[in-house]
Design a protein around this ligand. Structure first.
Ligand SMILES: C[S@@+](CC[C@H](N)C(=O)[O-])C[C@H]1O[C@@H](n2cnc3c(N)ncnc32)[C@H](O)[C@@H]1O
Length: 159
């Protein structure tokens, strides 16, 4: 992915790979305008060090924008023993004919927003997105995506 990004943007951007489970100092303090994390955070078990680090990197009027598996989707994938815990859930995907099992962390809403608040973020926007009709999407998938909870979009700002 880094190679593709480099081909596309050349030296207009800097690319680094970091393990978000153990975030190093990602960027200098107050140097980042916007952090975008698309469908990444549900792979991270402990949000506390990462949220603290993202808050440190952002400029005071910056924003953290992310998408996440919807907590209801995660709950339906879980054994439904305890909603209030954060737990690893598994999902089977058909990857062009190859079966794969993907694992991610389901967490309750109070944990998602609590971690943001604890790190010093104010919640700015919460969306449960739906999609526009498109000839590229078959009718059944379109209906599923637009009638069931799949993703949560959040924008948070440093307080
Ligand atoms: C579903 S993909 C999303 C990719 C891309 N952001 C997008 O929206 O198309 C999940 C991404 O999370 C990354 N990821 C998972 N665990 C990670 C970790 N501990 N540290 C850094 N990246 C991680 C994976 O490498 C993968 O690129």
């Amino acid at each position: 992915m880094i190679q593709f990004a480099r081909q596309r943007l050349g030296n207009k951007a800097r690319f680094e790979v970091v393990d978000l489970d153990q975030p190093p100092e990602i960027a200098p303090k107050s140097s980042v305008d916007v952090v975008v994390a698309s469908l990444v955070l549900h792979y991270i078990k402990d949000w506390r060090p990462l949220m603290r680090e993202l808050h440190r990197c952002l400029v005071p009027d910056g924003a953290l924008v992310f998408s996440l598996h919807h907590p209801i989707t995660g709950w339906l994938l879980s054994d439904r023993v305890d909603y209030h815990r954060t737990e690893l859930v598994s999902e089977d995907w058909d990857w062009g004919g190859v079966p794969v099992t993907a694992q991610s962390y389901r967490r309750p809403l109070s944990s998602i927003f609590g971690e943001l608040r604890r790190a010093g973020f104010a919640i700015d926007t919460v969306e449960e997105p739906r999609i526009q009709p498109s000839p590229d999407i078959d009718a059944e998938l379109f209906n599923t995506l637009n009638t069931q909870p799949f993703f949560l979009f959040v924008r948070a700002r440093p307080e």
